[in-house]
Each structure stands twice: as C-alpha cells, then as structure tokens.
Design a protein around this ligand. Sequence first.
Ligand code: WTA
Length: 627
Amino acid sequence: MNSNSEVYYPNKNVLEKVYLKDYDSLYKSSLNDVEGFWSQAACELEWFKAWDRVLEWNYPYARWFVNGKCNIVHNALDRHASSWRRNKVAVYWEGEPGEKEVLTYGQLYRQVNKLSNALKKLGVHKGDFVTIYMPILPELIISMLACAKIGAVHNVIYYGYSGRVLRERLIETSSKVLITSNAAYYGGTLTPVSGIIPYAIQCPSLKYVLIKKRIDLPVFPGLPKTSKEFPKFVYWEEVVNNAPDVSECEPMDSSDPLFIIYTSGTAGKPKGIIHSHGGYMVGAYLTTKLVFDIKDDDVYWCTASLGWITGHTYVVYGPLLNGGTILIYEGDLGYPIQTRWAKLIDEYRVTIFYTIPTNIRSFMLAERELENYSLDSLRLLATVGEPIDPSAWKWFYEKVGKGRCPLLDTWWQTETGIILITNFPSMPLKPGSAGKPFPTIKAAILSPTGEILKENEKGMLAIGGPWPGMMDTVYQDPRKYIDYWDIVEGWYITGDIASVDKDGYFWIKGRSDDVIKVAGYRIGTAEIERAVLSHPAVLDAAAIGKPSSSGSDIIKVFVVLREGWVLDDLLIEEIKRRVIEDVGQIAAPSEVVALTSLPKTRSGKILRRLLRQLELGKGVIELEGQY
Ligand code: WTA
C-alpha cells in the first residue's frame, strides 16, 4: 500500500450533488478558525440556551459549547416530529425471519415518549444509568433515545457478551434499570437472550428488569424463584404501551453525560468511555452530513451492532440528527441466503451502505449470486473498523457500487466519538487509504520520541486535539483519560500505526498495542487471557490476533500447561468454552496451542508482538521500534 497506488476520481454526477465539493479549501480555512467552523455547525441545530464559549481547552481537558443547554433527542427526534418530517420514515426494521416494522418520526416520537414516562415511573432520574442488552430491535433505538430524553445515561451492551460481562457493567454503573428482550434471531437460531439475565442481576442498585418480548414465549423458562424484593421483572407490553405519549426533553448541559460505552484497552479490563450531549451531538451531526452526504431522500443502512460506537454515532444519532431514514436489521447478513444483505438493499432501496471489511470479504464468496440483484439504488458505500485491503476495496467498488458509488474508508475510535480521518464523496479515492483528516482535525504520524515523521514512514497515529465528540472521561478511572495525552505533549495518541503519503492520504496499518480487532470488534488480550487462565490446566497464557486468509484477524491462544496436562481436543474445547462463557462468543479463540514457556521481557511482560511475528513466518526477533 503506497501513494503510487491507483486513484479513483469522483464522477461529475457525484460532484454536482454533494454537500462538500472542495475538501482542500474547506480543510484549510477550517484550521484558521476551528471554533467558527464548529459553531456554524452547532447553529444548524436547536439549543434551549446558547453557549457562552465554543471551546474551553485546558489541556488535556476540553469543554465544548460551554454552558449551552440542549438535548440530543430534541435535535434527533422532537424537532423532526414537529416538522414536515412527522410522516417521514425514521426507521425501517426487519427481523431475521422476515418480520417488518416501519416507524415514522411521529411514531418514533410517541414511542420514545411512552418509554420516557415509563422509565420515570420506574424511578429513573436525570444522571441515573440504564443498561440496555438486546438484539437489533426498534425498541433498542427507542430505549437509547428515551434514556437520553430524560437525561439518563445509557449503557448499551452487545447482547453477544456473557452474563459475567453484563453483571460487571450493571454493577460498575450502578444501573437502576436493565432493558432487555427475551430472545434474538441470528443465523437461523433463536437465542434466549433473557436466559442469562437471572445470573447477571446480582446488582444491588438494580430495581427493574424491563423485558420486551421478541417472541411470544415464556421469558424465563425455569427462572429460579427469589424472595428478594428487587429487581422486579416488568414487561414492555404492560408498562410502556399504556404510558402517556407526551414527554418533554430534559434540558441538559453540553457536558452532561449522554452515554457510557465500554471498549477494550491495552491492559486490564475494558474502559467505560463517557460521551456527553453537546459536543458529541454537533460532531455526530456534521460528520454524518459531510461524509455520508445524507439527504432527505436517502435510505441509509449501517450494519453495525448498536452495542458498538458505530451503532451509537452512525446508526442512531448521526443519521437521525440529519432527519434521515435508516434501515436496521436484526440478524446475520448472510442468512438464510448468502446475499440477504443485497436483497435488503434492493427491497428497501438503500442508497448509503456502511459496513466493515470483514463483511465485504464474506460478500465476495457469493459473487455469482449477486447477479440476481440490481443494487441500483446505491449511491454511496463506506467502511470502518479495520483496514480494508485494496482487493476487497476494488471488489466492493466494482461489484456492489458498479463503479458508480464513491467508497469511503472512514477511521475513528470509541474514544474519538466521531469520524476523524476519512474520505469524502468528492475526493479522489485511493483503495486501502482512510483518506484525510476531517476539517479542523490535525493528524500526524509521530516517532516514539514524538517527532513528526516524513511521508511514507510508519509511526504512531496522533491527533492534535481537541474536537467535539471526543470522550469526556473514562468512567471511574480519570487517569486512563490522561494516558492518551501523556505520551507526547500536545497529542492524543490513538494506539494505531499508520503512515501518510505525499498527497496527505493516511494509511492505517493496525494497532500498536495489545488490542485485537476481530470482525471490527475490539477485544483486549487481557480479557481473553484472564478467561484462559481460569482453567486449572493453564499455568500461563498469551492471546494474539493472527491474520487469516479472510484478511481479518482471528484469535490464537498460546498456553503453558501445568504438569500432568496434555493439550488434547477435549482440553482445547474446554479452554475455548471458558472464553465464550467469560467474555462472549465474539472472543472465542480459533486456535489454541501449547508452548513450554512464553517469550517475555526481563520485567515479565509477554512479548505478544514476537509471537505474532513468529506466526507470520517472520521468524526473526526484530521489533520495529517500541510503539
Ligand atoms: C481500527 C471503531 C483501519 C483502529 C469505530 C482503531 C480502523 C480501532 C479503521 C477503533 C479504518 C477503525 N481503517 N483501522 N478505517 N477504523 N479502525 O473503538 O485500529 O471499536 O484504533 O471504533 O479500530 O476501534 P473502535
């Protein structure tokens, strides 16, 4: 991957219609007036009270739209529901078995109001945490918006995570209410989501478990009876459907928390990243508008799970802040036919399609079946989450976008909240490059000692902050927030390795730390190792991300066994099961092998990078600098 690779130029049709026609001049002018740039975007939204100052930058802490009063839900929902968009479709939902649901902005507004009132009745107040654990259902979006509307902080947990993870996060956030569903369809299997609830609710703060019936079956078959007063189990159908459908947005300060989202870091347990109403709202709104170029006649589909930051910013908030129509789909994109995703695009006339490279590589396996679909509604494609190799890029561009749709690789993180480095539809595109910094964003490649590196040199990807949408803090661990800014004075260090070419395009190579990206998900080696080490046979363990033939990483675990144990098929299965039970299916190791010892530094740190290099067949112990 280098700057000499091919360049794809936007066609005239695209250029004529896009919001952002001239990236270079906007970028240049934005650097001269960062606050002016963002305040202009903020003025396109409605505020209960205007801000006193656009930015208060007290390195490394930023406050955006200081003393402004707003509520993201007012801008994402209420203002549309009281405009001509009242009868415009906000959400199309399709379940994996094929059920359909359509919610206009007016209908979504009433549903959100009902749940807001129901939550208040269950004792949820401004500032309280509410945990949400359900598959992609309309009620998941309704739950996020209802929490935000009343000023509660939502904590969405991907429903593939284990009961242990759910319990830990309920306890850590002192959640008052858990919103869940009884089941989910995925890959043709009906998962009893609520099955793990009884094991996850030993959380003293939890007063209610609110359950949406995904299917009409008993919620907890065989639920053990408890004599405890709380938590009480209540049903959506009873407490929400009959609640009043009028509710006002709670006026929030710009810096009041909107949500917490957990993500894996270098070491230890996942971090609770907090984002707030004001800056995040403006950042999500403007990046969605300028990158995805979303318009009123678009049908926008981002395939991300809602438990991921992409689900928060670019399934829910960004598109709805722009008054967009979104599609959400519950299940497996390749079920019951491999081209289910293409069928959905044709059926809903999807115009903007945002997904991850892992999905693209699985789409490539059924290329011939694609002939059955026209895909002619598409006008823009985008990817996120992991580097996209040029061959997958070109396949997606040609076979799905038919050479007509700009294909935008977008780079960002849970912590950044919004897209920071990206391609735009009007920009010449280089397959495999994540493009250039969003207006006002200063990005650079730094050496381990903090010098800005020259073109094509690999180094630490860093952002010269701040930007609206940037995390506020790491929940209950403010030191971890500082860590990002502490490595090189003046820079936010992303944890990625990248280079920049002579034309200013960024090329992301991967993580520099112990974070593994599996199908776009971010998993810490520490989480996997902890689960593996819980097996009595295991003395020591190291997990790495191993590139697979599909292009994405798979998880490989090295174990050192205690005396008397042999790594046979049974033990391998047991070790895998430990990880699935402790963390969840997404962290399941694909390979487990035994070593007599693990390579370590003198201070005892596992040299995972060495294991990875050996795995890649490099064999030589040659560390590329201490990033
Ligand atoms: C990786 C996901 C290459 C990167 C929104 C980053 C990418 C991590 C890209 C954040 C991209 C994200 N190209 N790598 N376009 N986008 N990444 O927090 O390693 O789940 O640091 O947020 O994903 O993962 P997270």
